[in-house]
Design a protein. Structure first.
Length: 82
């Protein structure tokens, strides 16, 4: 089994435009070389949802959707007590 990286949400962050989680997922997606279609097949998250995250209307994606995309990219999105 491939090693998974743990993604930690920001502890405090007052965003004005978009949730910083979107930037984190976008960076991981770009580094992976996967297409939106590949992620849709692996995660069940539609390409239109990904487009809305990165280029459109979505400002605050749901945790479950972020987690599905992260897992498709072989990462893990979870809440960690500090």
């Amino acid at each position: 089994m491939a090693k998974r990286t743990i993604l930690h949400p920001y502890r405090t962050y007052m965003f004005r435009d978009k949730d910083p989680a979107i930037d984190k997922i976008r960076t991981i997606l770009e580094d992976s070389g996967e297409s939106y279609r590949d992620i849709q097949v692996a995660s069940g998250v539609s390409t239109s949802t990904l487009t809305n995250w990165f280029h459109g209307k979505t400002r605050r994606p749901q945790f479950a959707t972020l987690n599905a995309v992260a897992r498709a990219l072989k990462h893990e999105w979870r809440l960690v007590k500090r």
